[in-house]
Design a protein around this ligand. Structure first.
Ligand code: NDP
Ligand code: OXD
Length: 309
C-alpha cells in the first residue's frame, strides 16, 4: 500500500479525492489517500499552498511533495522541505491559460472596448489591423508561455518570446537575458507575462522597461504580481505610456478593496482565475508521478531549487 497525504484545503479535498482515487486505479496503484497520517508512514504528499503544513521534517520516508499548483514560490524556499518537489503541469490548466490569454489579447487587438462603448448612433468604421500587424511579446516560454505563444502565432500574431535560457521555436523569434528582454519588448504593443515568481523575475516590468515599450502598449499579467512594479505601472497608466492592463495576479491576494488598480479606468482586475488546475487531468499527472516514484523512474516536473521554479 502506498501512503499519500493530501495536504490542501477542505474544498480541494472535495474536488480531488474521487479523481485521485480513479487515477490511481487506472495505473493499478494501491493507494491509501488520507488527510491525516503518521508522518513517518507517508510516501508522498499532495500539496497546495492552502495547507497548514509548513514543517516537512517529520516526513522522513516521503519520496516527493507533489504540488497542485504550477507556481511554487510559497514552498520552494522552505528549508524543511528536503524531499523532491514537483510542480503542476496539467493539460487542463494549460488549456485554460491559452483561452484566457488569447481572449484578452483579442480584446486588445480588436479594440473590443471601443466598440462596446461606441453605441450612441454614430457610424464610425474603424477596421482593426490584422493579427500579423500586431506584435505580441510573451515573457516566459515554459509550459504555459510557450503554448500561449504558439497559439497566438497560429492565429497570425507577430509573436516574440523571452526566457532565461535561449530557445528555438518555429516562427517565433526568441530572446533571452537582459539584452534579450529589451529586444523582445521594445516594439511589442501587447506584453503577456508568464514568468514564475523568483528573485530574478521581480519587477521585470519597472519604470525603465515600461519606458522601452511603444506608447500605449497593453499589459496582460496572469504570471505573478511580483513581476510588475505597481507604482511604475500606475504612473505609466496615468501618463498614457501604458494604454491598459489586465491583471490576474497581485502581490497581495485578494487584492485589497482600496487598491488603486480596482478604480483605475484603464485596468481590468480578475481574481486569479486565469487558469486553474483541473482535478481530472491533474490527478492523472499526480498518479503518473507516484507510479514513477514507485518503479524508480525520474519524476516529472521537478522544481530546480537553485532557480526557484
Ligand atoms: P515554467 O516553469 O514552465 O516556465 C517558466 C518560464 O519562465 C520559462 O520559460 C523560464 O525560462 C522563464 N524564466 C524563469 N526565470 C526567468 C528569468 N529570470 N528571465 C527570463 N525568463 C525566465 O512555468 P509555467 O509556464 O508552467 O508557469 C508560469 C507561471 O504562471 C507560474 O510560475 C505561475 O506563477 C503562473 N501561473 C498562473 C496561473 C493563474 O491562474 N494566474 C495559473 C498557473 C500558473 P527557461 O525556459 O529558460 O527555464
Ligand atoms: C498556479 C496558480 O500556480 O493557480 O497553479 O496560480
Amino acid at each position: 500500500m502506498i501512503n499519500v497525504l493530501f495536504a490542501a484545503s477542505d474544498a480541494n479535498w472535495t474536488t480531488y479525492q474521487g479523481s485521485l482515487m480513479k487515477s490511481f486505479d487506472v495505473l493499478g496503484l494501491k493507494v491509501n489517500l488520507q488527510r491525516e497520517m503518521d508522518a513517518k508512514l507517508v510516501d508522498y504528499i499532495v500539496y497546495a499552498p492552502s495547507s497548514e503544513l509548513q514543517d516537512f521534517t517529520p516526513f522522513t520516508n516521503c519520496k516527493a511533495v507533489l504540488s497542485l499548483w504550477a507556481g511554487v514560490e510559497k514552498i520552494v524556499g522552505n528549508e524543511t522541505l528536503t524531499q523532491t518537489l514537483c510542480r503542476m503541469v496539467d493539460p487542463g490548466l494549460t488549456q485554460g491559460m491559452v483561452e484566457w490569454v488569447t481572449g484578452h489579447t483579442l480584446r486588445y487587438h480588436l479594440d473590443i472596448d471601443a466598440n462596446l462603448q461606441a453605441q450612441n448612433g454614430d457610424w464610425v468604421p474603424v477596421v482593426p489591423p490584422l493579427a500579423s500587424e500586431r506584435k505580441v511579446a510573451v515573457l516566459g516560454l515554459g509550459e504555459l508561455g510557450q503554448t500561449c505563444a504558439k497559439t497566438l502565432s497560429a492565429l497570425g500574431f507577430n509573436v516574440v518570446g523571452w526566457s532565461r535560457r535561449p530557445k528555438e521555436i518555429d516562427r517565433i523569434p526568441c530572446y533571452s537575458g537582459n539584452d534579450g528582454l529589451v529586444q523582445a519588448i521594445s516594439q511589442s504593443e501587447i506584453i503577456v507575462l508568464l514568468l514564475p515568481n523568483t528573485p530574478e523575475t521581480e519587477n521585470t516590468l519597472n519604470a525603465s522597461t515600461i519606458n522601452m515599450l511603444p506608447r500605449g502598449a497593453r499589459i496582460i499579467n496572469p504570471g505573478r504580481g511580483t513581476l510588475i512594479d505597481d507604482d511604475a505601472l500606475l504612473d505609466a497608466l496615468n501618463s498614457g505610456q501604458i494604454g491598459h492592463a489586465t491583471l490576474d495576479v497581485f502581490r497581495v491576494e485578494p487584492l485589497p478593496a482600496d487598491h488603486p488598480y480596482w478604480a483605475h479606468p484603464n485596468v481590468t482586475v480578475t481574481p486569479h482565475i486565469a487558469a486553474e488546475t483541473r482535478a481530472s487531468t491533474a490527478s492523472q499527472v499526480i498518479a503518473e508521478n507516484i507510479r514513477r516514484g514507485e518503479v524508480g523512474e525520474p519524476l516529472l516536473y521537478q522544481v530546480d531549487r537553485e532557480t526557484g521554479y
